[in-house]
Design a protein around this ligand. Structure first.
Ligand SMILES: [Zn+2]
Length: 272
């Protein structure tokens, strides 16, 4: 790993001693204050397993806290290509960084969706991975599609609109977060719902800032304010919920409207 990464410039990430202009917030454009530095090899699973899951890469990654919207972010990945991500992040060792990506997260999620989605709801899983949720909903008779640039079967963005878009654990991986809302809006039917999950800063910073982990490809952790800047129409934010379908946080369609609520936020990108 360290050898592979050595081909990246060592100054890929702005160092703390540089000027504020090197670490402007990719959400609101305000400066960031240095928050922490860690090694590229730090993974979310280090905190759960109780030990480092990857050898030290000797490549520092700096995270910053925006003084405007409190988004916690790194600019380390700013110039990475999809090939860089495929080689160094979403590779054969990725499950060590994120064990629930093996399907357990998707099983709980699809159970929750099947309990609440109306039968006539068209559905898109944006960032669908291997497509577990899509296949499960299709088997249940739903009009379901998926998109994920890192999985060949799902690499094409659909050219139609959907009643419901699921975007689970995607936002924290985006070096250009501002690019996502217009894409989702283009894919959403008027009045449709986006179910969006990402862990917010109060929880991301627990356990040695476990969520700020470069080896997972985690570019940042959102505050409620930065999330609301990206999605002005967001409703039903549930900061304490991480995985939809876990324990008591099943989706409740009757309480929250025609479609569903979410772990973090839902609603059209702009307005209601
Ligand atoms: Zn900001």
């Amino acid at each position: 790993m360290a050898q592979n990464l050595a081909q990246f410039p060592r100054d890929y990430s702005p160092a703390p001693h540089r000027g504020k202009g090197d670490c402007l917030c990719p959400v609101c454009g305000m400066p960031g204050l240095h928050y922490l530095s860690c090694d590229f090899s730090k993974s979310c699973n280090d905190a759960f397993a109780g030990e480092a899951q990857f050898p030290q890469a000797d490549i520092p990654v700096h995270y910053w806290r925006c003084i405007g919207c409190s988004y916690l972010f790194t600019r380390f990945f700013d110039h990475w290509t999809p090939e860089d991500y495929a080689r160094h992040i979403y590779n054969e060792a990725y499950l060590r960084a994120d064990p629930p990506a093996d399907g357990s997260r998707c099983r709980a999620l699809s159970d929750a969706l099947l309990n609440c989605l109306p039968r006539d709801c068209s559905f898109l899983d944006y960032g669908c991975g291997e497509g577990y949720v899509v296949e499960r909903l299709r088997r249940a008779g739903y009009d379901a599609e998926g998109y994920d640039p890192y999985f060949g079967d799902w690499a094409d963005v659909p050219e139609r609109r959907f009643d419901c878009i699921l975007c689970v654990e995607v936002l924290e991986h985006l070096a250009e977060p501002l690019a996502l809302p217009p894409i989702l809006e283009r894919l959403l039917k008027p009045g449709g719902t986006i179910i969006l999950t990402t862990l917010l800063t109060d929880y991301a910073t627990q356990s040695n800032n476990w969520y700020l982990s470069p080896r997972n490809g985690h570019v940042g952790a959102h505050s409620e304010k930065s999330l609301a800047m990206l999605f002005p129409g967001i409703r039903h934010v549930s900061p304490a919920t991480h995985t939809i379908g876990d324990n008591n946080n099943a989706l409740d369609i009757d309480r929250l409207g025609r479609l569903v609520t979410t772990a973090v936020g839902t609603g059209p990108c702009h307005g209601q």
